[in-house]
Design a protein around this ligand. Sequence first.
Ligand code: AGP
Length: 625
Amino acid sequence: MCGIVGYLGSSQAAPVLLSSLRALEYRGYDSAGVAIIENGRLAVLKAAGKLANLESLLESKNPQATVGIGHTRWATHGVPNDQNAHPHMDCSGTLAIVHNGIIENYQALRQELMENGHTLSSDTDTEVVAHLIEDEFRTTGDLLAAIRGAVGRLKGAYALGVVSQQLPEKLYAVNHHYSLAVGLSDQASYLASDSVAVCQYTNRILRLEQSEIAEITASDVKLYSFDGQAVSRTPVMVDSNPFVIDKQGYKHFLLKEIHEQPLIMRQTLGKYLKHPEKPVDFSAANGSGHHCDDTSYGVSLTADDFKKIDRILIVACGTAYHAGLVGKYILEELCGIPVEVEIASEMRGRKLLVTGNTLTIAVSQSGETADTLAAITEAAARGSMTLGITNRPDSHLALVTPNLIVTECGIEVSVAATKTFVAQCACFYLLALHMADALKTVTPERSRDLKAKLLAVPALMEQILAREDTIRLKSLRHAEAHDMVFVGRGLNYPIALEGALKLKELSYIHASGYAAGELKHGPIAVLDHLVPVITVIVPGAVYEKTLSNAQEARARNAQMIAVAVDGDEQARKTFDTILSIPPVEEFFSPLLTVIPLQLLSYFIADYLGKDVDQPRNLAKSVTVE
Ligand code: AGP
């Protein structure tokens, strides 16, 4: 996923572009660059590595310009270096573009352009677009027509920003299956992949929808469809509080977001469930403006719809997939409907066996993950009922499903998902209770009891966070490990998977998560005195079996760590280290057991000096398949 920004107005462009890119850096940070028009001439300044490198370059060059575009990159084609950094220019060096997405037919286009005498200097797919526009402009003499002609040759999903020294009073933007927003103020116009980047300047936002081109001046914006028809759309007024991306005293965004979890649980639960005696309310009326967007959303599925459902399919990636696995246990337990959870990318190319009686649920904090969007779009095309769970009501996911449950997390800046994970799980508890009440698969008394226990979870989370220092000291005992194994059963099997993913993506230590009962079927071969095994174990239906599996690991001299409840004497005798949580019903335990594992990964990664908020090779959302 990359970040696109643009500015056109009466102020200096460079500081605005840089500040906007800073708000989008979570989307990718391999390299960054800007293209500006200075004294009537196009200048491109770009640098590999973090945004700070571009900032230093701009400070040294001190460009004077009031129009420009910018980009922060997560590499898809071509290694992250200066040459492959965006923006990319045409042969004449008078036009530059920035790009998010993939041009699937770029190789053929590149070949054709080179045969027609173009010289391309990067390994990217992006560069071909600049040269295609240049070719079209030679024919049309009109930049809007040239852009239209060029995008007509492209295959794939993409968003583009275009600036040309031939037309310094205009910027162009193209959206094709991505997201782009134009911010409008009295003296200037702003372009950004994500509206949070422009909310610091204006609260008048106009979104490009699919297959649209925007012609932007400092005072207005005109929209056109790819076939040249003018499109009319009124800008929306969004939350006027400028979005502040601030660590608020924490060393990293990740630690801040781990500590925000009780708050966002209260916010997410409180949005849809006001009291244990009340029903869960997902109605669209309850959907409200969210940060930099005023999108209404909700769930319009009725009790009759729920009665039709004979199967639920959950599609997601990464941490969201683990939330889906938690959701499976919850929905099956409360609603008695079979649930399958699929890695979204594995749905590609398969015969999707969904019907009008299937409910397909897509889970995505960004709402922009290409694999997940493709899966739910395909399911809908085959007649499935659909529902999305996301942290971004202004995302693509909100456009592809009529039913949306939104987590109330605020922007999750750190690339590793934490608060959005627990919020996604909370949404599954809420959805299962909502459906169970409608289907009468739980008694009113049990529904009330479950709702009361769910609403009590944030206070239990706070108790764990209060133990942070102890968890840090215990975690650092294993900071030099080269391999780590996480195990759990039932509702805590997904937590074992999530714990392993957190450790990998934050500390780069190889880690694997297994169903505890699976250890003896092969993975136990990797265990010896050098390997820490972390067992997630809470009193409940699978406690004894999980303890037995842990003892099998102990018999192989593994370093024994557990996430267990306070006062668990059997655990105290079995494990060398216990990351303890307050007593909790097994059914709600995933919301708590994940927190010590988040902290363990954070403290080990920080101890090892890793880039905790922006781990190598990662991006906050992967918008390519
Ligand atoms: C989780 O820490 C990772 N950042 C990654 O696995 C992420 O969960 C995955 O890419 C899905 O992202 P989404 O929730 O935005 O769809």
